[in-house]
Design a protein around this ligand. Sequence first.
Ligand SMILES: Cc1ncc(COP(=O)(O)O)c(C=O)c1O
Length: 441
Amino acid sequence: MRVHKSDEFTRLSLVKYAIRDLAPLAEELEAHGRTVYGLHAGDPIKHGFDIPEVLKRALIEVIEESPPSIHAYGNSSGDPELKEAIVELEYRKSGVRPAKEDIFITIGLSEAIHNLALALLEPGEFRTLPGPVYPLYMSHAVIADAKYNFYPVKPVVEDGGRREIDEDVLRRTAKDSNAIVVINPNNPASYVLDYRELYKIVDVAGEYGIPIIADQIYDDILFVDHYTHIVKIAKDVPVIVLNGFSKNFRITGRRVGYVRFYDPEKYLPKEVKETFSRKKRNRIKYVSMDFVTTKYKFDKLLRTRISGPMIIQRAIAKALKEYSKELWEDVRRFVEVVKKRMFYGYKLLKEIEEVEITEPQGAFYLFPKINVIKDEKCFVISLLEKYGYYTVPGSGFGAGGEKHIRILGLAKEEILEGFAEALRKEIEYIKNVRRGSQVSA
Ligand SMILES: Cc1ncc(COP(=O)(O)O)c(C=O)c1O
């Protein structure tokens, strides 16, 4: 007889996605007539932005001008025309032209994160994540019956928003791991790693012969004047680059992401390889074979879900190829507004007692540490129930999220002002309650 198992006793009980965990509570409040300000999800459209005008035009043209086959299932690994456009885009960003067959298009970048966990991790194996991390990297490792650990990416306090990785800690953590993940620019902490930090990751991955998974979905949303595409410095280390169009083109609901497999075995010139020791040459060959298998498994998984949405893929290809100038000009204007709002929010929060926050360098989140927090989730529930601001508890982002909350920093100035006021009141309230309990004790 089949025995009913409650969620508590299944593998999925460990699967959490803190960004949407409080959605039922938020919906209930709204159903009772309360205004809820959604500062939880990274969705620009919900905060007054629109999609690029030329992308809208491209969508209409694709629908009007394409044969009926545009409404049919497409290639599992993605629209060939969008792959061509991504080859050019990745070439411009990294300086190394990928082969078309090394590009895979997914249903949002989320699908890529899911499939990569299944393709790379066998049950019991683990991978190494930055702390704090975007939660899907934890959830999908668990779904794959695997594990994860963290290397901390810590603020260099005296130096604006700069963060550092302790290479020895990374080396210890990644020993026996089968991949190192880096999210740059980062969600949730909005830092941008400079090339010195990225080199540490490349060196450790190279030493152990494991690939780097580099999530660069925010690489167009920068407030600093430096950015290093990981492929530029990967040398002899294989990299799986993850990117997409949800954020820069503000099409979160259209669901288009992509993966680029960069295998140095294919790119390193023979003369360079000849300078390597035999051991190193063999290791590169071995890692490369492994990499081919991962790519094969990834492709196989894409076939099981038949195809992604085709009209939007073709429209992005059209916009990138035919309206490139207007498209990137639109992204530039979007980033200008995001930067203005992010710094406004940053300054408001910085002035609040008990709040520590580093200067944002890219992406669109604010991730303050709030010293009075004892339980992040309770704190976030209070902000939602008492004041209507829906944020995310730092504990949902793994190591380094303690006492933190994540706020969407691209919200309009007046919403950020209201939020800062609510935060100030809640901190004051907690301090008063604690003072009161000390007096009565
Ligand atoms: C770092 C990072 N990777 C991946 C994703 C998923 O993107 P998509 O909406 O394309 O699935 C997000 C979304 O917030 C993200 O922040």
